[in-house]
Design a protein around this ligand. Structure first.
Ligand SMILES: [Zn+2]
Length: 358
């Protein structure tokens, strides 16, 4: 009997050599309607998950798939408000809660909704509102920003929440992005934040999350994007041959380029496997510096396509199931690679460019 070809590898959806835009839209729409149970543990970060979905659909030019008014009303319902009009109470922060459950009353007191508003949730809330075209002048920016200033520490770094928590570059970035989106810098001392960021640059050129810690792709993005948003780093610096006296740019460039691994993907730290999200974190740093022309784009694209799921979305490593976080940064990476049919990214804010008046 003649041997039958049961499986033709050229038909293997996992080995697709194109960016599967329609499948990605389908994947995000599915997540918009109902989050699968593995996301249960991340309930507290629901706003962040919504940011990945909504901003992801925006990159894919498919924002028409969502009910924008419903999204706006839901996001606004997560904002923390002072008990009495216009007062700042005990250093509290009036940003956004990460989810409905963090607004629940505790069992013993029925008096007040606890204020669990968080810098990261606030960054995601404002990003979503900007993405769906909400008029941000309707937000009480003064109260939000004045109360955000309470979160900045004497060393320039930020706490994520008024009750404390770890302080590191992630929250400096959130604060800078919030001020940039609201076009009002009264919420932070930029000079102090700059001093803190400078202390986080390591001997090898990358940045650690706190001074003295190991260089890391995510921390390096937070440092460079914050400096750019705060006006300390000119955009496209290398192409313009502009001098920079704030940080060591040649060393940073060196470190960033060395993070492109043998398989074409970017690693977050030396000697770690390449991972989808660092194509954005480290690729984004190179883009902000105007050095993205030094990326081996063909190899990066090939690596990313091995992480593209047959169900839509991207996984962390090749041939795993997709997750929202890596899917979003996969879409961002393809936008940086100028994939046709995608909206372009404002790298330092992590959302798409909006035309004037949007
Ligand atoms: Zn990752």
């Amino acid at each position: 009997m003649e041997e039958q070809v049961l499986w033709d590898s050229s038909c293997d959806p996992e080995s697709s050599s194109v960016f599967e835009r329609d499948r990605h839209i389908f994947y995000l729409e599915m997540m918009y309607q109902l989050l699968p149970s593995p996301y249960q543990a991340q309930e507290i970060n629901r706003l962040t998950l919504a940011y990945f979905i909504i901003s992801g659909l925006d990159i894919l030019r498919a924002l028409d798939r969502i009910d924008k008014n419903a999204v706006i009303n839901w996001v606004l319902s997560l904002q923390a408000h002072p008990q009495s009009e216009g007062t700042l109470e005990k250093g509290q922060f009036y940003g956004f809660h990460g989810s409905r459950s963090s607004q629940f009353h505790s069992n013993d007191t029925r008096s007040a909704i606890p204020n669990g508003s968080h810098l990261a949730s606030t960054y995601c809330a404002l990003s979503i509102l900007k993405t769906v075209g909400y008029d941000l002048s309707l937000i009480d920016s003064d109260l939000l920003l004045k109360s955000m200033k309470n979160l900045q520490r004497p060393d320039g770094c930020f706490m994520p929440i008024h009750t404390g928590g770890e302080t590191d570059l992630r929250f400096v970035f959130c604060a800078a992005a919030i001020c940039s989106i609201l076009k009002n810098w009264s919420g932070m001392d930029r000079e102090k934040a700059k001093e803190y960021i400078i202390k986080c640059q390591s001997y090898d050129g990358g940045f650690g999350l706190i001074p003295g810690s190991e260089s890391h792709g995510g921390a390096t993005y937070c440092a460079v994007a914050s400096l750019q948003l705060m006006g300390f780093l000119e955009e496209d610096l290398l192409s313009k041959n502009a001098p920079c006296h704030v940080i060591n740019v040649p060393l940073l460039l060196d470190w960033s380029l060395q993070k492109q691994a043998q398989d074409g993907g970017f690693q977050g730290r030396a000697n770690k496997p390449a991972d989808t999200c660092y194509a954005f974190w480290v690729g984004g740093v190179l883009k902000i510096l105007g050095a993205d022309k030094f990326i081996n784009e063909k190899a990066l694209r090939e690596f990313l396509l091995t992480c593209q799921s047959e169900y839509g979305g991207f996984s962390k490593f090749p041939r795993l199931l997709p997750d929202l976080y890596h899917s979003y940064y996969g879409f961002c990476a393809f936008s940086l690679l100028e994939e046709p049919g995608l909206n372009s990214l404002c790298v330092q804010l992590g959302i798409t460019h909006k035309k004037l008046g949007d």
